[in-house]
Design a protein around this ligand. Structure first.
Ligand SMILES: *Cc1c(COP(=O)(O)O)cnc(C)c1O
Length: 408
């Protein structure tokens, strides 16, 4: 990093004039907290007594035997409170917001996982909470909207643009610009303007620190590769950051959707179709047309369905430190079923991308090798999508009977 918040030419802080002071305050508060042992201790205490850390590293014996290559270990972020790695970041930012004297938090959410984690944090810290969510996502993620509201958050349905995640993010910035004195914006991934990529990576780096110590203790050596799915890049940066200075290959897996030539995917890096531009307050690879209009994205995993990507992760890719692949929806569903049947683990559809990317390569690896796959979250939330994609007849009947009973 040469200038603050830049990673090569990527990153930066391209925010409206009115927000510059707010961002600078946040940078200062974050840097001060990071260097304060008192803050560290409080954060550790929340992670262990509330978020259920450390999460285990599970040896996937059956999958390892079945694939016949490297031995597979799974980092269990699905066991964190609220069911994904998102809690690590929101509890850190909650503690920071409290320290800054804020009374209210806002957040954007796509699939709703970050919204639920933020609403949970707000309940715990006693903050008022507003969650911005695209109208399309509100409709397709009804169970998450229900929980956010039960947790006491106000969910605002955003009707602009494609009515999805990027529009929710724009609306959250608009809110922040009018309410910055008492409000903190809890950005959910390692993207967006400085200091969010750095700060979110910092709060997620606990994943990689734990995983590294756990594999050394269990197996006595480092893994050959670490796999993680890539939406905005926070779970990947979280686990990769533990191995950056080791001879370990780091592999990110993006959403290949219906195929990289179909136009229906969210692969900004692996597809070669993402181009560098400035949007949403930062400079990175976006899926955009020649005029800088953001393209529509698609993934079976709502949490990977985003047009931009972490500038830190992109820079590591450009430098050859991280390799990025893409896995298509169909392949992801197959990997998902295999993990359930062989190990009794239920990965989120996002995490199933990491498994799919790994399963392709593991059979060619040596049996002496180890790999770690980051299971970023649990799949219970995806029951509607998965049952539909698998065409489960029992589930279809259940939905039909429920609808008929409601009408009667
Ligand atoms: C949100 C989410 C992701 C994608 O976000 P990243 O910032 O790329 O980690 C991946 N997995 C799960 C379970 C999520 O909830």
């Amino acid at each position: 990093m040469n200038r603050k918040g830049y990673y090569g030419e990527l990153g930066g802080m391209f925010v409206p004039e009115v927000l510059i002071r707010t961002f600078e305050e946040l940078v200062a508060a974050f840097e001060e907290a990071r260097d304060d042992p008192g803050f560290q201790q409080e954060y550790q205490e929340i992670l262990s007594s509330y978020s259920c850390r450390p999460t285990p590293l599970t040896f996937a014996r059956n999958l390892s035997e079945y694939l016949g290559g490297a031995a597979i270990y799974v980092k269990r972020e699905d066991l964190g409170h609220t069911g994904a790695h998102k809690i690590n970041n929101v509890m850190g930012q909650g503690l920071l917001a409290e320290r800054m004297g804020k009374k209210r938090v806002i957040a954007e959410t796509g699939a709703g996982q970050h919204g639920i984690a933020t609403a949970t944090m707000a309940a715990r810290f006693g903050f008022q909470c507003t969650i911005y969510m695209g109208e399309v996502d509100v409709a397709r993620q009804r169970p998450n909207v229900f929980w956010m509201e039960q947790l006491g958050a106000q969910v605002v349905s955003v009707r602009d643009g494609s009515r999805t995640l990027k529009d929710a993010m724009n609306e959250a910035f608009r809110d922040w610009a009018t309410n910055m004195s008492d409000t903190h914006y809890v950005l959910g991934t390692a993207s967006g303007p400085h200091p969010f990529p750095e700060m979110v990576t910092y709060f997620q780096s606990v994943i990689g620190r734990e995983a590294r110590a756990q594999i050394l203790e269990r197996a006595g050596r480092l893994p050959a590769r670490v796999y993680a799915c890539v939406g905005g890049g926070s779970n990947a940066m979280g686990i990769f950051s533990g191995f950056l200075h080791d001879p370990v290959e780091l592999v990110g897996v993006e959403a290949g959707g219906k195929g990289l030539t179909s136009g229906l995917h969210a692969s900004r890096l692996a597809s070669g179709q993402g181009t560098v531009g400035v949007a949403q307050g930062y400079k990175t690879y976006f899926l955009q047309d020649q005029d800088g209009q953001m393209k529509g994205t698609h993934s079976i995993a709502a949490g990977l369905d985003y047009v931009g990507v972490s500038p830190i992760l992109s820079h590591l890719r450009d430098r050859g430190r991280v390799r990025v692949e893409a896995a298509e929806d169909a392949e992801v569903l197959e990997a998902f079923s295999l993990v359930l049947r062989k190990e009794g683990l239920i990965p989120a559809l996002e995490s199933a991308h990491a498994f799919a990317g790994a399963f392709r390569e593991i059979p060619e690896m040596s049996r002496q090798d180890l790999v770690i796959i980051n299971q970023s979250g649990r799949g219970d939330k995806d029951i509607f999508t998965i049952a539909e994609a698998l065409g489960d007849p029992g589930w279809r009947n259940f939905l039909r009977e429920k609808a008929e009973a409601d009408r009667a």
